[in-house]
Design a protein around this ligand. Structure first.
Ligand code: GLU
Length: 490
């Protein structure tokens, strides 16, 4: 255990819109800092210029902000250990590389890309693991120094060749790596940019990171980092490699199984608190039974001791469940606001703006029990905002009741009874009584034939509660839509 003040970081590469799996690392690092009175940093690892994507830094910050993850130091807010873009810290990596050269733990490598390709091919043919064979280690430092003045080269770290390197991982315990299986990796590229391995060690040290909490894909790099710390005489942080996230098929999470950009989930109508709750439980738990937890539960109680090493399963059904839960339990005012916002965003431009606030307010409680993701809202209430009958395939009218003749009888009977209900008595209760009166003459239960009415009114066989909807829609529009449906059936 370290007695250093807790400082954690999220260190994304700006290679696109961060995916949910990656954001889980940010969430855990942040929660650890917050739960232990520490600080959380955002550092942009932009040393791979070929993979840099315009707008990615903004997308990273927007993703974090959406979830309520704040950072004490970072590219926008600055801080005492900045700059927080690696591309602005190149001199630090060069200094570290020079120190390693001077102490004999690094060397200049002049191997051409062609030689490295040939080496890789030969290793593949011999079914040997790929890796640099250490050829340039044999060049004397003096010769290398001279050649280095005008020959393109990289700087490689000289790994220990004997013995083992032990990763003491808070989550996994000790993981032992045979040094003989490691190779001399590049720390500084020919363009003067560091590789991730050198940069992460230099920056985590300079930024006084106490806990390196990152995805499990970095475990195999850990021996490189541990040896770099040793060679530079620096204290390594505590290591915590988070469990893999698997898709519902128990295969590595892929785009198809849900590992898409976090912001896509926002745009599809997931709530940030549902997402935080969902991501928090991908590998961590509060206790052995809590499934609903708030951001405060997380930032108060998060501990690496309750992160399990075995893979977590990304189950979209669980996220849907949580989203529905937060929709049903949020306060009324926020819910009405969200309904208005999503309706405004999703209803066609032909619907006049601003949207009728009374309709929004009346529809909001009806939507609560039925919406899983907010993007469903416009489709479910579009019928309340139009004067014309909705568009639908005529076959939808008859689908649930079988015969067209039955649908005709349903519509005729409904028209008869609702026509008899005067405007001043037009309430959801009165509408319900009138429509329940159909059960007897039709000789079937309401739930059998109600789909016909749904389609006529909303253009879809199910939706928000019908009687309340007709209450909002009013007598004239209701009768017009039933007549239009009847006319379609001839
Ligand atoms: N830049 C690395 C990434 O994009 C950071 C890994 C780490 O957290 O050390 O995943």
């Amino acid at each position: 255990m370290t007695d250093r003040p807790v400082r954690t970081r999220y260190a994304p590469s700006p290679t696109g819109n961060p995916h949910v799996g990656n954001i889980r690392s940010a969430l855990f690092s942040w929660a650890y800092a917050r739960a232990h009175g520490g600080q959380f940093l955002l550092r942009i690892e932009d040393t791979d210029r070929n993979r840099f994507i315009e707008g990615a830094v903004e997308a990273i910050m927007e993703s974090l902000r959406w979830l309520g993850i704040d950072w004490d130091e970072g590219p926008d807010v600055g801080g005492p250990k900045g700059p927080y873009f690696q591309s602005e810290r190149l001199h630090l990596y060069r200094e570290a590389a020079e120190r390693l050269l001077a102490s004999g733990r690094a060397y200049r490598c002049f191997c051409t890309p062609e030689r490295l390709d040939a080496l890789r091919a030969a290793q593949a043919a011999a079914k040997k693991p790929p890796g640099y064979d250490g050829l340039c280690r044999a060049i004397s430092p003096a010769e290398a120094e001279t050649r280095g003045k005008d020959e393109p080269h990289v700087i490689r770290f000289a790994m220990q060749r004997e013995g083992v390197t032990v990763l003491r991982d808070v989550i996994r315990g000790d993981v032992v790596f045979e040094n003989a299986l490691q190779d001399d990796f590049v720390i500084l590229k020919s363009d003067g940019f560091p590789t991730y391995h050198l940069a992460v060690v230099v920056d985590d040290t300079a930024m006084e990171i106490s806990h390196c909490i990152r995805g499990d894909e970095w475990i195999s790099s850990a021996p490189k980092h541990i040896q770099l710390y040793e060679a530079l005489g620096w204290q390594s942080p505590e290591w915590a490699h988070l469990p893999l996230i698997l898709g519902p098929d128990h295969k590595k999470l892929s785009k198809r199984s849900g590992d898409t950009a976090l912001l896509d989930y926002r745009d599809r109508g997931y709530l940030p608190e549902a997402m935080v709750n969902f991501l928090a439980l991908l590998g961590w738990s509060l206790d052995d039974h809590t499934t609903i937890l708030s951001v405060e539960d997380l930032t108060r109680n998060f501990d690496l001791a309750r992160v399990v090493p075995n893979p977590a399963v990304f189950d979209i059904e669980r996220l849907n469940f949580l989203n529905g839960h937060y929709i049903r339990t949020m306060d009324e005012k926020r819910w009405v606001g969200l309904v208005g916002e999503w309706a405004d965003r999703g209803l066609p431009p032909s619907v006049p703006r601003p949207l009728d606030e009374r309709v929004i307010r009346a529809a909001a409680p009806l939507l609560r029990e039925r919406v899983t993701v907010l993007s469903e809202i416009p489709g479910m209430i579009a019928f309340l905002f139009t004067y014309d009958a909705p568009e639908y395939e005529t076959t939808l009218l008859t689908e649930r009741v079988g015969a067209a003749a039955t649908a005709v009888r349903v519509l005729d009977e409904a028209l008869l009874r609702l026509d008899a209900l005067p405007g001043e008595r037009w309430t959801p209760e009165a509408v319900e009584t009138a429509l329940r009166g159909l059960e007897e003459p039709l000789g079937m239960k309401l739930r059998k034939f109600i789909a016909v009415l749904y389609v006529a009114i909303m253009g879809r066989p199910t939706g928000i509660p019908l009687f309340d909807s007709l209450g909002i829609l009013g007598r004239e529009r209701t009768l017009a839509r039933l007549r239009a449906a009847r006319a379609r059936l001839g």
